[in-house]
Ligand binder design. Structure first.
Ligand SMILES: [Fe+2]
Ligand SMILES: [Fe+2]
Length: 211
C-alpha cells in the first residue's frame, strides 16, 4: 500500500483518546502538515506532519482495541512517572510493585539512551519502524516519540537520555504545537491539497511500502 492510500484508509478511524474528534484523521494529518508548510518548515518536516499518525492503521491490523494503538507512550522496565497521563491507573499494573521495575532506573543504566529503552507500544513505534529507512533521522525521531508527553512536555525521563536524545528531542518539542494547535483551524480541502502531497510523498517514498 502507498502512503496516500494509507491516509485514506486511516480516515475511517475515530481516535477515542483524541480530545478533539471533530476532525477526521486525514484532516488532522493535513492540518498538521499545512501548519508546518505555512510556517516555512522544510519539506521532510511537512511530510513528517502528514504521516505522523499513520501508525494508527495498526488499529485495523489485529489491535485488541484503541488502548494498544493510541494515547501517550512511556518507558517500561522502570518506575512510571507521575507525569504520565492518568498515572493512578499504574497501581493495577503488576510492574508497579515489582522491585526489579519500580525504581528510577529499573533495568536501565543512567543515560543509556532512549534507543536502549523499551517504550510502551503504540502508533509511534509502529510508524517509526515503517518509515525509518526513507526519512531523515529527525523525522523518525519525531514520529517515534511524539506521544512521549512525560518527556517532551514534562522532562520526566532526562535520566535515561543521552546527548543524542537531548539534541533530537528538540525536534519533538518543535513539532508538538503543530500537532496540537493546528486542530482548531478550518478543515483542509483534501482534494485541493492532494496533488501537492502526492508529489511530496513521491519525493521520499516508493509507490508501495511495507506495513
Ligand atoms: Fe499521534
Ligand atoms: Fe497527531
Amino acid at each position: 500500500m502507498g502512503v496516500w492510500n494509507a491516509l485514506e484508509m486511516l480516515n475511517t478511524l475515530v481516535d477515542n483518546s483524541d480530545p478533539d474528534t471533530e476532525l477526521s484523521q486525514i484532516e488532522h494529518c493535513l492540518q498538521t502538515s499545512e501548519a508546518l508548510r505555512r510556517d516555512g518548515q522544510p519539506r521532510w518536516f511537512i511530510l513528517t506532519g502528514l504521516i505522523h499518525d499513520l501508525g494508527k492503521l495498526l488499529y485495523f491490523y489485529g489491535a485488541e482495541g484503541q488502548w494498544d494503538v493510541v494515547g501517550d507512550t512511556f518507558p517500561v522496565g522502570c518506575a512510571f512517572s507521575q507525569s504520565i497521563i492518568f498515572p493512578e491507573f499504574f497501581q493495577n499494573n503488576p510492574d508497579y510493585n515489582n522491585p526489579k521495575y519500580n525504581t528510577l532506573y529499573g533495568i536501565y543504566e543512567p543515560n543509556c539512551g532512549l534507543d536502549n529503552v523499551l517504550m510502551s507500544y503504540g502508533h509511534d513505534e509502529y510508524m517509526y519502524q515503517v518509515i525509518k529507512d526513507y526519512l531523515p533521522p529527525e523525522a523518525g525521531y519525531i514520529i517515534r516519540y511524539h506521544s512521549f508527553y512525560a518527556q517532551h512536555r514534562e522532562n520526566a525521563y532526562c535520566h535515561l537520555m543521552n546527548d543524542y536524545d537531548h539534541e533530537m528531542m528538540k525536534w519533538v518539542k518543535i513539532f508538538n504545537p503543530f500537532d496540537l494547535y493546528s486542530k482548531s483551524d478550518q478543515p483542509p480541502n483534501i482534494q485541493d491539497l492532494k496533488p501537492y502531497y502526492i508529489e511530496l510523498i513521491n519525493e521520499y517514498f516508493p509507490e508501495e511500502i511495507c506495513w
